[in-house]
Design a binder for this molecule. Structure first.
Ligand code: FAD
Length: 300
């Protein structure tokens, strides 16, 4: 594809008919309703995968809407328990009101955390763009005092992640390591893709050596292979890590290969009414995704 094609395509996406975006979203989103998403999780469990459920949405601007999101997540924990599913929950702080104020988000987070504790489950707090990093890590620390089964996300493209990881490891830590999805300025974020991968592995090594549990979240198969090599070299037991991917991303047999060596693989399963906005925002934030969209459309 010609240079700038991805950006051009991303810029025209808001004008595409909803049905067309829906064709693509259908692959990556597990439906609009809780029932549909829970069915997807059930199927994934039957195939040997764990799941983490995410209700689509972010940047909520009213306290009522943020409270409703917290209530929906609370119900979801009870559904997971009732159906006996192998799944936890991932959520975005701005979906629980972080853009409104820290207190609103914290209040909602505690409600969700109560349900996690009541059902003996785990809560992952996703990491959004850099203006939210400090608040999100502060929220995580407060949550950890209430319920031990909670974990943050660190992004390998941020220079600060090395120090954040060192600081977080002063308490028992279960974190997700990903490259980072948002466009961040060069002053704070590595821009070179190979250098991001090197930092990903450096952080992974730092985490293993520091005793943390790591959810290794990437679709980059060569990077997964390098992570596996590191695991073998450091002799890290499978109880100290898991692999994570987004629902619907083609992995060409890699996930089954990971399951075959008894590694845990968790699929991030997003669902909900906000699938259209979510898909467009992701596409605008990461023009590379536009290329995947086009390839998917052409395949269809
Ligand atoms: P890339 O080098 O970008 O991609 C590797 C290959 O995977 C590509 O060549 C492409 O073929 C394929 N691929 C990647 N993404 C897609 C896609 N969506 N559709 C189709 N093919 C694709 N980022 C955050 O900033 N905060 C988070 O909290 C966060 N949570 C995440 C949770 C999970 C489980 C995963 C898997 C990712 C998460 N991310 C998060 C996104 C992550 O930071 C990356 O931006 C994203 O996964 C793409 O990078 P990659 O590691 O897959 O490598």
């Amino acid at each position: 594809m010609f240079p700038g094609f991805n950006s051009l395509l991303a810029a025209t996406l808001p004008y595409l008919p909803k049905a067309l975006v829906g064709l693509v979203a259908r692959r990556y989103v597990a439906g609009e309703t809780r029932e549909e998403a829970l069915e997807v999780v059930k199927r994934l469990n039957e195939q040997g995968f764990e799941a983490t459920l995410d209700i689509l949405g972010e940047h909520v601007s009213s306290k009522e809407a943020a409270a409703a999101v917290a209530a929906a997540y609370t119900e979801l924990y009870h559904d997971i328990a009732r159906m006996g599913l192998s799944a936890n929950i991932s959520l975005k702080p701005t979906h629980l009101g972080l853009d409104i104020d820290l207190e609103t988000c914290e209040r909602n987070l505690f409600k969700v955390l109560d349900a996690a504790a009541a059902t003996g489950n785990f809560l992952r707090i996703d990491m959004e763009n850099s203006p939210h990093t400090d608040d999100t890590l502060a929220l995580y620390r407060t949550c950890l005092e209430q319920h031990p089964r909670v974990g943050p996300v660190l992004q390998a493209y941020l220079y600060r992640s090395r120090n954040d990881l060192a600081a977080l490891m002063s308490s028992p830590l279960n974190f997700r390591l990903c490259k980072g999805i948002y466009q961040e300025p060069p002053e704070i974020a590595i821009q070179d893709r190979a250098a991001i991968n090197d930092n990903f592995l450096a952080l992974l090594r730092q985490a293993f050596e520091g005793g943390a549990y790591v959810a290794i979240a990437t679709h980059d198969r060569p990077l997964i292979t390098r992570a596996e090599e590191l695991i073998r070299r450091l002799n890290v037991p499978p109880a100290r890590f898991e692999f994570q991917v987004l629902y619907g991303v083609p992995m060409k047999g890699k996930l089954e290969a990971l399951l075959a060596v008894a590694y845990k693989v968790r699929i991030y399963v997003p669902f909900g009414e906000a699938w259209y906005d979510y898909s467009l925002r992701r596409l605008k934030e990461n023009p590379h995704l536009a290329g995947y969209v086009l390839r998917n459309l052409l395949r269809k």
